[in-house]
Design a protein around this ligand. Sequence first.
Ligand SMILES: Nc1nc2c(ncn2[C@@H]2O[C@H](COP(=O)(O)OP(=O)(O)O)[C@@H](O)[C@H]2O)c(=O)[nH]1
Ligand SMILES: [Mg+2]
Length: 360
Amino acid sequence: MKIKRFVAKNMTQALQRIKIELGDEAVILDTKRRIKKHAESGKEVQYIEITAAVDHEIEKKSSKKAPRPNAYVPPSGAELAHTPLLILHQIFSGLGMDQRLQRALTCAFLNHYHSHPYVSYKDVWDWLRSYCLKAIKVQEEPFAAKNAKVRWAFVGPPGSGKTTNLAKLAARMKFHFGMKGLLLTTDTYRLGAAHQLERFATLMDIPYQVAVDPEDVARQLKANEDLDFILVDTIGRSPLDPAHKHELGHLLGTAPQLDCQVVISATDKNEDIAASIRFYKKFPTAGWIISKMDATKSYSSLLMPILGNKVPISYLSTGQRVPEDITRPSVEMLLSYLLKMPARYYKQQARTKTPNRKVA
Ligand SMILES: Nc1nc2c(ncn2[C@@H]2O[C@H](COP(=O)(O)OP(=O)(O)O)[C@@H](O)[C@H]2O)c(=O)[nH]1
Ligand SMILES: [Mg+2]
Protein backbone atom coordinates (compact mmCIF):
# COMPACT_ATOMS: atom_id res chain seq x y z
CA MET A 1 0.00 0.00 0.00
CA LYS A 2 1.37 3.40 -0.97
CA ILE A 3 0.03 6.41 0.98
CA LYS A 4 0.62 9.99 -0.08
CA ARG A 5 -0.48 13.46 1.02
CA PHE A 6 -1.57 15.98 -1.61
CA VAL A 7 -1.89 19.73 -1.18
CA ALA A 8 -3.80 21.77 -3.77
CA LYS A 9 -5.73 25.00 -4.24
CA ASN A 10 -9.03 23.21 -4.69
CA MET A 11 -10.65 19.76 -4.87
CA THR A 12 -10.59 19.49 -8.68
CA GLN A 13 -6.87 20.19 -8.80
CA ALA A 14 -6.21 17.75 -5.96
CA LEU A 15 -8.17 14.94 -7.63
CA GLN A 16 -6.37 15.54 -10.93
CA ARG A 17 -2.99 15.24 -9.22
CA ILE A 18 -4.03 12.08 -7.36
CA LYS A 19 -5.21 10.53 -10.59
CA ILE A 20 -1.94 11.35 -12.37
CA GLU A 21 0.31 10.16 -9.54
CA LEU A 22 -1.60 7.19 -8.12
CA GLY A 23 -3.96 6.26 -10.96
CA ASP A 24 -7.66 5.39 -11.10
CA GLU A 25 -7.46 2.78 -8.34
CA ALA A 26 -6.46 5.30 -5.66
CA VAL A 27 -8.76 5.76 -2.67
CA ILE A 28 -9.12 8.91 -0.62
CA LEU A 29 -8.41 8.33 3.08
CA ASP A 30 -8.79 11.85 4.41
CA THR A 31 -9.73 15.37 3.24
CA LYS A 32 -9.01 18.58 5.14
CA ARG A 33 -9.58 22.25 4.38
CA ARG A 34 -6.74 24.37 5.72
CA ILE A 35 -5.79 28.03 5.88
CA LYS A 36 -2.28 29.46 5.66
CA LYS A 37 -0.75 32.90 5.41
CA HIS A 38 0.64 33.94 2.04
CA ALA A 39 4.43 34.31 2.35
CA GLU A 40 4.63 37.73 0.66
CA SER A 41 1.24 39.41 1.10
CA GLY A 42 0.49 37.91 4.50
CA LYS A 43 -3.15 37.31 3.41
CA GLU A 44 -4.99 34.17 4.48
CA VAL A 45 -5.30 31.55 1.69
CA GLN A 46 -7.42 28.42 1.75
CA TYR A 47 -6.09 25.11 0.48
CA ILE A 48 -7.02 21.43 0.47
CA GLU A 49 -5.01 18.63 1.97
CA ILE A 50 -5.88 15.11 0.87
CA THR A 51 -4.40 11.82 1.95
CA ALA A 52 -4.78 9.14 -0.74
CA ALA A 53 -3.60 5.56 -1.01
CA VAL A 54 -3.20 2.91 -3.65
CA ASP A 55 -2.70 -0.82 -3.35
CA HIS A 56 0.55 -1.79 -5.11
CA GLU A 57 -0.89 -4.98 -6.62
CA ILE A 58 -3.78 -3.12 -8.25
CA GLU A 59 -1.45 -0.34 -9.29
CA LYS A 60 0.89 -2.81 -11.02
CA LYS A 61 -1.96 -4.52 -12.84
CA SER A 62 -3.52 -1.29 -14.06
CA SER A 63 -0.19 0.23 -15.14
CA LYS A 64 0.60 -2.90 -17.18
CA LYS A 65 -2.54 -2.51 -19.25
CA ALA A 66 -3.57 1.10 -19.40
CA PRO A 67 -7.10 1.33 -20.81
CA ARG A 68 -7.29 2.67 -24.33
CA PRO A 69 -9.37 5.82 -24.72
CA ASN A 70 -13.00 4.83 -25.43
CA ALA A 71 -12.30 1.22 -24.42
CA TYR A 72 -14.80 -0.14 -21.96
CA VAL A 73 -13.49 0.02 -18.38
CA PRO A 74 -15.16 -2.52 -16.14
CA PRO A 75 -16.82 -0.95 -13.13
CA SER A 76 -16.00 -2.18 -9.68
CA GLY A 77 -17.72 -2.76 -6.34
CA ALA A 78 -21.29 -1.57 -5.93
CA GLU A 79 -21.47 -0.37 -9.54
CA LEU A 80 -21.18 -3.96 -10.73
CA ALA A 81 -24.71 -4.83 -9.63
CA HIS A 82 -26.20 -2.16 -11.90
CA THR A 83 -24.17 -2.74 -15.05
CA PRO A 84 -26.70 -4.72 -17.13
CA LEU A 85 -29.23 -1.93 -16.77
CA LEU A 86 -26.48 0.59 -17.35
CA ILE A 87 -25.34 -1.18 -20.52
CA LEU A 88 -28.92 -1.44 -21.79
CA HIS A 89 -29.56 2.21 -21.01
CA GLN A 90 -26.32 3.33 -22.69
CA ILE A 91 -27.03 1.38 -25.84
CA PHE A 92 -30.73 2.22 -26.08
CA SER A 93 -30.19 5.92 -25.35
CA GLY A 94 -27.33 6.01 -27.83
CA LEU A 95 -29.77 4.78 -30.46
CA GLY A 96 -32.20 7.57 -29.55
CA MET A 97 -34.94 5.30 -28.19
CA ASP A 98 -37.70 6.95 -26.25
CA GLN A 99 -38.37 5.94 -22.64
CA ARG A 100 -41.32 3.71 -23.46
CA LEU A 101 -39.44 1.60 -25.99
CA GLN A 102 -36.41 1.45 -23.67
CA ARG A 103 -38.59 0.04 -20.90
CA ALA A 104 -40.20 -2.53 -23.20
CA LEU A 105 -36.87 -3.70 -24.61
CA THR A 106 -35.21 -3.77 -21.19
CA CYS A 107 -37.99 -6.08 -19.95
CA ALA A 108 -37.66 -8.25 -23.05
CA PHE A 109 -33.89 -8.46 -22.60
CA LEU A 110 -34.04 -9.30 -18.89
CA ASN A 111 -36.72 -11.91 -19.57
CA HIS A 112 -34.46 -13.53 -22.09
CA TYR A 113 -31.29 -13.23 -20.04
CA HIS A 114 -32.52 -13.80 -16.50
CA SER A 115 -31.02 -17.28 -16.37
CA HIS A 116 -27.63 -16.11 -17.69
CA PRO A 117 -25.29 -15.18 -14.88
CA TYR A 118 -23.21 -12.73 -16.93
CA VAL A 119 -23.87 -10.15 -19.61
CA SER A 120 -21.56 -7.99 -21.77
CA TYR A 121 -21.97 -5.22 -24.36
CA LYS A 122 -21.63 -7.81 -27.07
CA ASP A 123 -24.41 -9.92 -25.52
CA VAL A 124 -26.73 -6.91 -25.60
CA TRP A 125 -25.86 -6.04 -29.21
CA ASP A 126 -26.28 -9.63 -30.32
CA TRP A 127 -29.62 -9.86 -28.56
CA LEU A 128 -30.78 -6.49 -29.96
CA ARG A 129 -29.87 -7.52 -33.47
CA SER A 130 -31.78 -10.78 -33.25
CA TYR A 131 -34.71 -9.02 -31.57
CA CYS A 132 -34.83 -6.48 -34.42
CA LEU A 133 -34.62 -9.19 -37.06
CA LYS A 134 -37.74 -10.77 -35.56
CA ALA A 135 -39.59 -7.51 -34.85
CA ILE A 136 -39.10 -5.74 -38.19
CA LYS A 137 -41.98 -6.41 -40.54
CA VAL A 138 -41.75 -5.93 -44.28
CA GLN A 139 -45.02 -5.87 -46.23
CA GLU A 140 -44.99 -8.09 -49.29
CA GLU A 141 -45.98 -6.61 -52.65
CA PRO A 142 -49.19 -8.17 -53.91
CA PHE A 143 -48.38 -7.59 -57.61
CA ALA A 144 -46.57 -10.84 -58.18
CA ALA A 145 -49.77 -12.83 -57.58
CA LYS A 146 -51.84 -13.48 -60.69
CA ASN A 147 -55.01 -11.37 -60.95
CA ALA A 148 -53.94 -9.31 -57.95
CA LYS A 149 -56.18 -6.26 -57.60
CA VAL A 150 -54.61 -3.25 -55.95
CA ARG A 151 -56.96 -0.65 -54.45
CA TRP A 152 -54.94 1.75 -52.34
CA ALA A 153 -55.69 5.12 -50.78
CA PHE A 154 -52.60 7.15 -50.00
CA VAL A 155 -53.03 8.78 -46.60
CA GLY A 156 -50.78 10.67 -44.21
CA PRO A 157 -49.94 14.10 -42.90
CA PRO A 158 -49.68 17.04 -45.34
CA GLY A 159 -46.43 17.08 -47.31
CA SER A 160 -45.40 13.57 -46.24
CA GLY A 161 -45.04 12.49 -49.89
CA LYS A 162 -48.40 10.88 -50.76
CA THR A 163 -48.79 12.21 -54.31
CA THR A 164 -45.14 11.73 -55.27
CA ASN A 165 -45.04 8.14 -54.01
CA LEU A 166 -48.40 7.30 -55.52
CA ALA A 167 -46.94 8.32 -58.89
CA LYS A 168 -43.77 6.28 -58.32
CA LEU A 169 -45.80 3.19 -57.50
CA ALA A 170 -48.15 3.70 -60.45
CA ALA A 171 -45.06 3.73 -62.68
CA ARG A 172 -43.74 0.58 -61.00
CA MET A 173 -47.01 -1.28 -61.52
CA LYS A 174 -47.44 -0.16 -65.12
CA PHE A 175 -43.86 -0.40 -66.42
CA HIS A 176 -42.39 -3.12 -64.23
CA PHE A 177 -45.36 -5.45 -63.76
CA GLY A 178 -47.35 -4.53 -66.89
CA MET A 179 -50.48 -3.78 -64.91
CA LYS A 180 -53.36 -1.58 -66.09
CA GLY A 181 -54.67 1.09 -63.77
CA LEU A 182 -56.31 4.38 -62.92
CA LEU A 183 -55.27 7.29 -60.75
CA LEU A 184 -57.95 9.07 -58.73
CA THR A 185 -57.61 12.20 -56.68
CA THR A 186 -59.90 13.34 -53.90
CA ASP A 187 -57.55 16.22 -53.14
CA THR A 188 -59.66 18.94 -54.71
CA TYR A 189 -59.00 21.27 -51.83
CA ARG A 190 -55.83 22.60 -53.39
CA LEU A 191 -55.90 23.14 -57.14
CA GLY A 192 -52.15 22.57 -57.39
CA ALA A 193 -52.45 19.14 -55.77
CA ALA A 194 -54.90 17.85 -58.39
CA HIS A 195 -52.73 19.26 -61.18
CA GLN A 196 -49.65 17.62 -59.70
CA LEU A 197 -51.19 14.15 -60.01
CA GLU A 198 -52.69 14.92 -63.42
CA ARG A 199 -49.24 15.88 -64.68
CA PHE A 200 -47.75 12.58 -63.48
CA ALA A 201 -50.68 10.64 -65.00
CA THR A 202 -50.26 12.36 -68.37
CA LEU A 203 -46.50 11.72 -68.40
CA MET A 204 -47.00 8.03 -67.65
CA ASP A 205 -50.05 7.73 -69.90
CA ILE A 206 -52.23 6.34 -67.11
CA PRO A 207 -55.95 7.35 -66.97
CA TYR A 208 -56.70 9.98 -64.37
CA GLN A 209 -59.96 11.12 -62.73
CA VAL A 210 -61.04 13.57 -60.06
CA ALA A 211 -63.46 12.21 -57.44
CA VAL A 212 -65.48 14.91 -55.75
CA ASP A 213 -66.57 12.89 -52.72
CA PRO A 214 -66.35 9.34 -51.25
CA GLU A 215 -69.52 8.30 -53.14
CA ASP A 216 -67.81 9.33 -56.36
CA VAL A 217 -64.73 7.25 -55.39
CA ALA A 218 -66.99 4.23 -54.79
CA ARG A 219 -68.65 4.77 -58.20
CA GLN A 220 -65.30 4.96 -59.98
CA LEU A 221 -64.03 1.84 -58.22
CA LYS A 222 -67.16 -0.04 -59.29
CA ALA A 223 -66.98 1.23 -62.87
CA ASN A 224 -63.33 0.13 -63.18
CA GLU A 225 -63.50 -3.22 -61.44
CA ASP A 226 -61.50 -4.94 -64.18
CA LEU A 227 -58.42 -2.72 -63.74
CA ASP A 228 -55.37 -4.16 -61.96
CA PHE A 229 -54.76 -1.09 -59.86
CA ILE A 230 -56.60 2.02 -58.72
CA LEU A 231 -54.62 4.43 -56.62
CA VAL A 232 -56.47 7.16 -54.73
CA ASP A 233 -54.69 10.32 -53.67
CA THR A 234 -56.15 11.98 -50.59
CA ILE A 235 -55.85 15.37 -49.07
CA GLY A 236 -53.13 15.72 -46.45
CA ARG A 237 -54.61 16.05 -43.00
CA SER A 238 -53.03 16.09 -39.59
CA PRO A 239 -53.88 13.00 -37.55
CA LEU A 240 -54.50 15.45 -34.72
CA ASP A 241 -57.35 17.07 -36.67
CA PRO A 242 -60.60 15.58 -35.26
CA ALA A 243 -62.38 16.06 -38.63
CA HIS A 244 -59.86 13.73 -40.30
CA LYS A 245 -61.11 10.63 -38.46
CA HIS A 246 -64.63 11.23 -39.69
CA GLU A 247 -63.48 12.08 -43.22
CA LEU A 248 -61.24 9.04 -43.66
CA GLY A 249 -63.76 6.78 -41.93
CA HIS A 250 -66.40 7.98 -44.38
CA LEU A 251 -64.15 7.33 -47.41
CA LEU A 252 -63.17 3.82 -46.29
CA GLY A 253 -66.72 3.01 -45.21
CA THR A 254 -68.15 4.09 -48.58
CA ALA A 255 -65.37 2.42 -50.60
CA PRO A 256 -64.50 -0.69 -48.54
CA GLN A 257 -62.30 -2.09 -51.33
CA LEU A 258 -59.69 0.52 -50.37
CA ASP A 259 -56.75 -0.19 -48.07
CA CYS A 260 -54.45 2.58 -46.88
CA GLN A 261 -50.83 3.05 -47.78
CA VAL A 262 -49.81 5.33 -44.94
CA VAL A 263 -47.04 7.72 -45.89
CA ILE A 264 -44.95 9.06 -43.02
CA SER A 265 -41.78 11.06 -43.28
CA ALA A 266 -38.50 9.99 -41.69
CA THR A 267 -37.86 13.66 -40.97
CA ASP A 268 -40.91 14.00 -38.70
CA LYS A 269 -40.48 14.23 -34.97
CA ASN A 270 -41.02 11.15 -32.75
CA GLU A 271 -44.22 12.59 -31.33
CA ASP A 272 -45.71 13.34 -34.76
CA ILE A 273 -44.93 9.84 -36.01
CA ALA A 274 -46.42 8.36 -32.83
CA ALA A 275 -49.61 10.38 -33.43
CA SER A 276 -49.81 9.11 -37.03
CA ILE A 277 -49.43 5.52 -35.87
CA ARG A 278 -52.07 5.83 -33.19
CA PHE A 279 -54.42 7.32 -35.76
CA TYR A 280 -53.87 5.23 -38.88
CA LYS A 281 -53.56 1.88 -37.09
CA LYS A 282 -57.33 1.98 -36.62
CA PHE A 283 -57.89 1.80 -40.39
CA PRO A 284 -57.27 -1.08 -42.80
CA THR A 285 -53.73 -0.69 -44.10
CA ALA A 286 -51.88 -2.27 -47.00
CA GLY A 287 -48.52 -1.04 -45.68
CA TRP A 288 -46.51 1.91 -44.47
CA ILE A 289 -44.29 3.98 -46.75
CA ILE A 290 -41.46 5.88 -45.12
CA SER A 291 -40.56 8.87 -47.22
CA LYS A 292 -37.62 11.29 -47.17
CA MET A 293 -35.13 8.67 -46.09
CA ASP A 294 -32.58 10.71 -48.03
CA ALA A 295 -33.38 13.92 -46.17
CA THR A 296 -32.01 12.85 -42.79
CA LYS A 297 -29.13 10.92 -41.26
CA SER A 298 -30.99 10.15 -38.06
CA TYR A 299 -33.58 7.40 -38.10
CA SER A 300 -34.28 7.20 -34.39
CA SER A 301 -37.84 8.45 -35.00
CA LEU A 302 -38.47 5.15 -36.82
CA LEU A 303 -37.51 2.96 -33.86
CA MET A 304 -40.89 3.19 -32.18
CA PRO A 305 -43.03 2.50 -35.27
CA ILE A 306 -40.83 -0.32 -36.53
CA LEU A 307 -39.75 -2.01 -33.29
CA GLY A 308 -42.43 -0.85 -30.86
CA ASN A 309 -45.57 -0.83 -33.02
CA LYS A 310 -44.18 -3.30 -35.57
CA VAL A 311 -45.87 -1.58 -38.49
CA PRO A 312 -45.22 -3.42 -41.77
CA ILE A 313 -43.06 -1.30 -44.06
CA SER A 314 -43.97 -1.54 -47.72
CA TYR A 315 -41.62 0.99 -49.35
CA LEU A 316 -38.86 3.46 -48.61
CA SER A 317 -38.89 6.70 -50.55
CA THR A 318 -35.38 7.93 -51.08
CA GLY A 319 -35.72 11.16 -53.03
CA GLN A 320 -37.91 13.46 -55.13
CA ARG A 321 -37.42 11.83 -58.51
CA VAL A 322 -40.41 10.07 -60.02
CA PRO A 323 -40.31 7.13 -60.63
CA GLU A 324 -36.75 6.25 -59.58
CA ASP A 325 -36.59 7.14 -55.93
CA ILE A 326 -38.52 4.34 -54.30
CA THR A 327 -37.20 1.10 -52.98
CA ARG A 328 -38.49 -2.13 -51.51
CA PRO A 329 -37.11 -2.57 -48.02
CA SER A 330 -35.61 -5.72 -46.58
CA VAL A 331 -35.37 -6.56 -42.91
CA GLU A 332 -31.57 -6.23 -43.04
CA MET A 333 -31.83 -2.85 -44.76
CA LEU A 334 -34.19 -1.50 -42.10
CA LEU A 335 -31.97 -2.94 -39.39
CA SER A 336 -28.95 -1.11 -40.79
CA TYR A 337 -30.89 2.17 -40.77
CA LEU A 338 -32.08 1.68 -37.21
CA LEU A 339 -28.75 0.55 -35.78
CA LYS A 340 -26.64 2.57 -38.21
CA MET A 341 -24.50 4.61 -35.84
CA PRO A 342 -23.93 1.88 -33.32
CA ALA A 343 -23.23 -0.73 -36.02
CA ARG A 344 -19.68 0.58 -36.14
CA TYR A 345 -19.62 0.67 -32.37
CA TYR A 346 -20.93 -2.86 -32.33
CA LYS A 347 -18.00 -4.08 -34.42
CA GLN A 348 -15.60 -2.16 -32.20
CA GLN A 349 -17.14 -3.72 -29.11
CA ALA A 350 -16.93 -7.16 -30.64
CA ARG A 351 -13.21 -6.65 -31.23
CA THR A 352 -12.64 -5.34 -27.69
CA LYS A 353 -12.76 -8.29 -25.35
CA THR A 354 -15.02 -7.00 -22.62
CA PRO A 355 -15.12 -8.92 -19.36
CA ASN A 356 -18.38 -10.59 -18.48
CA ARG A 357 -20.55 -8.99 -15.89
CA LYS A 358 -23.21 -10.34 -13.61
CA VAL A 359 -26.88 -9.72 -14.29
CA ALA A 360 -28.54 -7.67 -11.57
N1 LIG B 1 -36.17 14.57 -50.29
C1 LIG B 1 -37.33 13.95 -50.50
N2 LIG B 1 -38.41 14.68 -50.83
C2 LIG B 1 -39.57 14.02 -51.04
C3 LIG B 1 -39.67 12.62 -50.92
N3 LIG B 1 -40.96 12.28 -51.17
C4 LIG B 1 -41.61 13.43 -51.45
N4 LIG B 1 -40.77 14.48 -51.38
C5 LIG B 1 -41.06 15.89 -51.60
O1 LIG B 1 -41.91 16.34 -50.56
C6 LIG B 1 -42.79 17.35 -51.06
C7 LIG B 1 -44.21 16.96 -50.77
O2 LIG B 1 -44.53 15.78 -51.48
P1 LIG B 1 -46.02 15.46 -51.94
O3 LIG B 1 -45.98 14.14 -52.63
O4 LIG B 1 -46.62 16.60 -52.69
O5 LIG B 1 -46.66 15.33 -50.50
P2 LIG B 1 -48.21 15.17 -50.12
O6 LIG B 1 -48.69 16.51 -49.64
O7 LIG B 1 -48.23 14.17 -49.01
O8 LIG B 1 -48.93 14.69 -51.33
C8 LIG B 1 -42.52 17.47 -52.55
O9 LIG B 1 -41.64 18.54 -52.76
C9 LIG B 1 -41.82 16.15 -52.88
O10 LIG B 1 -40.96 16.25 -53.99
C10 LIG B 1 -38.49 11.88 -50.57
O11 LIG B 1 -38.47 10.66 -50.43
N5 LIG B 1 -37.36 12.60 -50.37
MG1 LIG C 1 -50.57 15.51 -52.35
